[in-house]
Design a protein around this ligand. Structure first.
Ligand code: SF4
Ligand SMILES: [Fe+2]
Length: 288
């Protein structure tokens, strides 16, 4: 639990606080941007919540990977905090919350698919989330975009019996027993409306997931800058090859999608402008 003795001195006074164990993963200031902000490499409470803003705060409390967000006085209300997670983003696509420290607070998503529910990357194996997933029909498949965001995949597999898929180049000790290891580089159609696209760069076997030609789940390949409404890629967290990553960004110009759902930070709905956003990013990289 968050520790009041470690409360960040930058918090504004009031019931909600962030402590100094924050790893600045960005989850809270995406979920409750009216309340939390990044300052000097950590999250702080910039304004105490009011009314509906409490919804985002509750989601942030249970989703913080390091339990760094707390309340000065515990409220009974928080026993049932954030029962709306996984939170529907659009249609049958939801945000899971409950991020894991093991994946630096990576975002995972749920697709309630007619062929069985799909988790994209792994949230924390938290009993409240597990119950919510059970109520929505369990999990049939986990798609792991790359080695960094696998977190509690084994626990989800053991509990739900779901198959898992990862690219061969991302397999590490903890994923060596994954059921489906993708060896190729051509797109892999899992279902008629869902395919995997190899996007090396951030890591060698990183993949993106394209669903219904509408939703592109980008792992750590692309991020959304919500303030500027543009796409970003990070050379600073490119572990394999920036040159390959740029090629993989250009490759996305050959697909259709309207939503960009990254592995960190917020998602974005760019509609028919999505490819323009990719082109703009390529241009910015070229000029940098
Ligand atoms: S969710 Fe937790 S770790 Fe992430 S930025 Fe907020 S307080 Fe820090
Ligand atoms: Fe990563």
């Amino acid at each position: 639990m968050a520790n009041t003795d470690l409360s960040n001195p930058q918090n504004v006074p009031g019931p909600v606080f962030v402590d100094t164990t924050c790893i600045d993963c960005g989850t809270c200031y995406h979920l409750a941007s009216e309340v939390f902000e990044e300052k000097e490499g950590a999250s702080r409470v910039m304004k105490q919540p009011q009314g509906e803003e409490w919804g985002g705060v509750k989601r942030a409390i249970v989703s913080c990977p390091t339990n760094s967000i707390g309340l000065q006085e515990k409220s009974q209300d928080f026993v049932n905090a954030a029962l709306d997670l996984p939170l529907i983003i659009n249609e049958n696509v939801s945000y899971c919350g409950y991020t894991s420290k093991d994946s630096f607070g990576a975002t995972s998503y749920l697709i309630e698919h007619p062929e069985g529910n799909i988790l994209i990357d792994s949230p924390r194996f938290h009993p409240q989330l597990v119950k919510a997933l059970e109520e929505r029909g369990g999990v049939s498949l986990m798609i792991l975009t790359h080695q960094d965001d696998v977190a509690d995949h084994q626990k989800f597999h053991d509990h739900f019996g779901c198959r898992r898929i990862i690219h061969r180049d991302e397999v590490r000790t903890s994923t060596k027993d994954v059921e489906l290891i993708w060896e190729g580089s051509e797109d892999l159609e899992i279902f008629k409306d869902l395919k995997l696209i190899l996007t090396p760069g951030h890591t060698k076997g990183h993949l993106c997931v394209l669903y219904k030609d509408l939703y592109l789940f980008t792992g750590d390949h692309l991020f959304v800058n919500e303030e500027e409404q543009m796409l970003e890629a990070s050379k600073g967290v490119c572990w394999y090859s920036w040159k390959e990553q740029v090629k993989s960004i250009e490759k996305l110009l050959h697909y259709d999608f309207e939503w960009v759902m990254p592995g960190h930070g917020g998602w974005g709905h760019f509609g028919v402008s999505s490819l323009e956003k990719v082109s703009e990013l390529v241009e910015r990289i070229r000029l940098s």
